[in-house]
Design a protein around this ligand. Structure first.
Ligand code: PLP
Length: 415
């Protein structure tokens, strides 16, 4: 995007940034420039206040108590569920199950739906850019049930190879597991198109929304998702809380995957019956404060406006990409036409871990490594990338600080 277009935007990133206390601290005597948002975002004051308020005024266990605090804690917890529904375009909040995050949400589907519905020779189709959390749970089920994993290949731009899905998704496909946005490459996948192909074969579609939720307005029905998984900590909420959306008829037919309190209707040593959804999948005392914080974070994000945030981050990504490519020896990994939030790159002669360490000394936090997507690294024939990833509070000055520090790294390694 041109400089003019960025300046024309009415989005006030400095005002957004001012709401994040941690962004005012220094690292190694330098102002913190936080560009590791795909790993975890920072928290605005409203979310910190919501946690403080919860523990200062409301703290009690949910659902079981008749006393006032338990009822208020339950209301605050259930408000978080409704907020997730608003984020994902879901009216019926029985379809929102709280989990620890995306990883647990996918494991829930694999261990419950997968164990009950997959058999010998059934095919699970994943893409070549999945996070390990959307690979390993399916391998566990495939090993147990004799199912087979098939992979949608990615091309050198980091997008799924055109036409591959038509060849690979077929009558034996029982599940398509696809990331909405790739954490290692930034690629936005054509989820609806892929979901239509899978549904035409009678398959179920699980979408990993960990990286999409902070950057893209989501409507699970419009996407054709039967399951959609998100992590709170990537959308300005606390760690340890996330959610799984599942179509009611699927969730209702699925067996529980963890047993304990909260998830039962009645228990005897002879027979146990289960609570209706979503409680059937929420055994034990949940992360109540996390759900409260998640509700506050979603309210905050939706107030800011996901379209405005997305436009701001797209502009930053375009600016960062242009600036990175102007540096000698820099190659961007992931150049698909539709991308969100992530600039992954390698630099000739410099190992990504050394780049990360040098940048840290300049106060610039990026991530280096395989980003829990080793098949992506294998595809590109590299051990790791350096990754700058953007959030609602990042500014062009953050990109400038990254580029300046990276310029010095390149000088050192070019010597
Ligand atoms: N899927 C993607 C695309 C991710 O980027 C991540 C985290 O980086 C996950 C899944 C796992 O999320 P969590 O660790 O919050 O469960």
């Amino acid at each position: 995007m041109s400089e003019l277009a960025v300046e024309k935007s009415v989005y006030d990133a400095d005002a957004v940034r001012a709401q994040f206390p941690i962004l005012h601290r220094e690292v190694h005597g330098k102002p913190l420039v936080y560009l590791d948002n795909a790993a975890s975002t920072q928290k605005p004051q409203v979310v910190i206040d919501a946690l403080d308020d919860y523990y200062s005024r409301l703290n009690a266990n949910v659902h079981r108590g008749v006393h006032r605090l338990s009822q208020e804690a339950t209301d605050a917890y259930e408000y978080g569920r409704k907020a997730v529904g608003r984020l994902l375009g879901v009216d019926d909040d029985r379809q929102i199950v709280f989990t620890r995050g995306t990883t647990e949400a996918i494991n829930l589907v694999a261990m419950s739906w997968g164990m009950a519905n997959l058999g010998e020779g059934d095919e699970i189709v994943l893409s070549g850019m999945e996070h390990h959390s959307n690979i390993v749970p399916w391998q566990l089920v495939a090993q147990a049930k004799g199912a087979v994993i098939k992979v949608l290949p990615i091309g050198d731009d980091g997008a799924i190879v055109p036409g591959a899905a038509e060849d690979i998704i077929g009558p034996r496909t029982k599940l398509l597991g696809i990331t909405h946005v790739s954490n290692a490459l930034g690629t936005i996948n054509p989820v609806r198109e892929l979901a239509d192909l899978a549904h035409a074969q009678g398959a179920v579609v699980l979408v990993d929304g960990a990286q999409a939720a902070p950057h893209v307005a989501i409507d699970v029905d419009a996407l054709g998702a039967d399951f959609y998984a998100i992590s709170g900590h990537k959308i300005y909420a606390p760690t340890g809380i996330g959610a799984l959306y599942g179509k009611a008829e699927l969730l209702e037919a699925m067996p529980p995957w963890q047993g304990g309190g909260e998830m039962i209707r009645s228990v005897s040593f002879e027979k146990t019956t289960y609570a209706p959804i979503p409680a059937k999948f929420e055994a034990g005392t949940p992360h109540i404060a996390g759900a409260v914080g998640l509700g506050a974070a979603i309210d905050w994000l939706l107030d800011l406006g996901l379209d405005a945030v997305a436009a701001h981050e797209d502009a930053l990504l375009a600016y960062a990409t242009e600036q990175l490519l102007a540096l000698p020896g820099v190659r961007i990994i992931g150049t698909a036409p539709h991308k969100a939030g992530v600039a992954s790159f390698v630099v000739d002669g410099a190992h990504p871990h050394d780049i990360g360490t040098f940048l840290d000394m300049a106060g610039v936090a990026i991530r280096t490594g395989h980003h829990c997507a080793q098949p992506v690294m294998t595809h590109f024939g590299i051990p790791a990338t350096a990754r700058a990833s953007f959030a609602a509070y990042n500014t062009r000055s953050d990109v400038d600080a990254l580029i300046k520090a990276l310029g010095r790294v390149i000088e050192v390694f070019a010597r």
